[in-house]
Design a protein around this ligand. Structure first.
Ligand SMILES: NC(=O)c1ccc[n+]([C@@H]2O[C@H](COP(=O)([O-])OP(=O)(O)OC[C@H]3O[C@@H](n4cnc5c(N)ncnc54)[C@H](OP(=O)(O)O)[C@@H]3O)[C@@H](O)[C@H]2O)c1
Length: 386
């Protein structure tokens, strides 16, 4: 045989192999379909009668030169691989079955599910969906709370009305901007100049502020507000709620801010003293409250005041809750102060939102726990990434 004719035969073998390859894969696809049917009907993958029937059928149609035994040897390999494929399909289904057994089917979004959400930008980091959905599930309410990352606040509000949303949280940067778009606003929210809660009625949307209640309850875990002196760092939205909470409960607030104009304006509005941040060392009080974002993740190695000033206070509270224990709180503890994390403020403002929306008492301990666990988990992951 010449080299040329050997090459020709090898070419023929190659093209037959390609045809066999195509047919084997086509057979495997059909075998997988059979596997799915067997899994669905609860039939065993292993079926010796069916295997024998295949070998008998092939032997009957075999025209050689392969002998019946040789054909069986080849097809035993094919059948064995087919069984392996079918077993994989069947175990995937049983994994899914096991997972679906764990799914809590007592709640599923339906036509009557009440919609709640948070308006902000960004909102991806917000712990409010986790906190409120936990409360809804624990109380067995047919309600769901979603994050809404908004560009155009007015359009978003119109959309929420049209979609029959029942309630919403409002976060950065919309707490002041939303006021002009509402039908009604509570006296306290108007006085504070910020809205963090929306309650949707049949024909109106009412704005409220629960941040100040959260702040007051958080501070009350440290000391009685009435008759005590609080030094509040910052003059933004959180500071407004904190200063309102302190003054309305009979405490004295001193506003301390980096920028003079904003700090002074807030102090004047609430009839308080103002001290520039650069002069913080010249004052002291019963409790220091940070309402700036300084120390918030990822810049966790920063604090809003020099550590030397902490000795001038009995207690320190932080509005920041990520991380749960900021550098400010760590240093304050080292200086002998009692401390409260922003988590306390966050959970209490959420409890009041929940009451405004549902009229029910929120499961505060479980709400705190679920957020705390998530924050600790995220901190752990961040440490690992680092
Ligand atoms: N725990 C809770 O429930 C809760 C609720 C609301 C807010 N917060 C937290 O509170 C923090 C502030 O929120 P906000 O809405 O009040 O913000 P904001 O309206 O933007 O106000 C921020 C304030 O912090 C000051 N500030 C910012 N960076 C500073 C820096 N590097 N050094 C000194 N001062 C600085 C600003 O001073 P200038 O006036 O000089 O710019 C401003 O007065 C955020 O971390 C937020 O997550 C927590």
């Amino acid at each position: 045989m010449t080299k040329n004719s050997l090459d020709q035969l090898r070419d023929k073998i190659e093209s037959l192999d390609l045809e066999l390859l195509r047919l084997l894969n086509e057979r495997a696809s059909v075998s997988l379909q059979i596997g799915r049917v067997k899994a669905k009907d609860g039939l065993d993958v292993h079926d010796p009668w069916r295997e024998q029937a295949i070998f008998d059928y092939l032997a009957k149609h075999n025209k050689g030169p392969l002998k019946a035994g040789e054909i069986q040897e080849i097809f035993q390999g094919i059948v064995s691989i087919s069984k392996r494929l079918q077993s994989a399909v069947s175990s995937n289904r049983s994994d899914l079955q096991a997972k679906s057994d764990d799914v809590d089917t007592s709640f599923a979004v339906g036509g009557k599910t009440a919609l709640y959400g948070i308006l902000g930008n960004p909102v991806g980091h917000s712990m409010s969906p986790l906190m409120h959905n936990t409360a809804f599930r624990l109380l067995g309410l047919d309600a769901i709370y979603l994050p809404f990352e908004v560009d155009d606040l007015s359009v978003a509000l119109t959309g929420m009305k049209a979609l029959n949303v029942k309630g919403a949280s409002v976060t950065h940067p919309f707490k002041t901007q939303i006021i002009g778009l509402l039908d009604e606003i509570d006296d306290t929210a108007e006085r504070i100049g910020a809205v963090n809660t929306l309650v949707f009625g049949k024909n109106n949307v009412r704005g409220a502020n629960t941040d100040w209640i959260g702040a007051a309850r958080c501070l009350e875990t440290l000391l009685l507000i009435q008759g005590h002196r609080f030094v509040v760092i910052g003059a933004g939205g959180a500071a407004r709620a904190v200063v309102f909470g302190i003054t309305s409960k009979g405490g004295t607030a001193i506003v301390v801010n980096r920028s003079y104009e904003k700090g002074r304006a807030l102090a004047e509005e609430f009839d308080c003293a103002f001290v520039p941040l650069s002069e913080i060392k010249s004052i002291g009080g019963d409790c220091l409250v940070n309402t700036t974002p300084v120390g918030m993740y990822p810049k966790t190695d920063e604090m809003p005041v020099p550590r030397e000033v902490l000795g001038a206070y009995k207690a320190v509270a932080d509005a920041v809750y990520n991380p749960l224990k900021t550098l400010l709180l760590k240093e304050a503890e080292a200086a002998g102060c009692t401390v409260a994390s922003g988590l306390e403020m966050f959970v209490h403002q959420g409890v009041e939102q929940f009451r405004a929306w549902t009229g029910k008492e929120a499961p505060i301990d479980e709400m705190r726990e679920v957020v705390c666990k998530r924050l600790l988990n995220e901190a752990h992951q961040a440490d690992q990434e680092y």
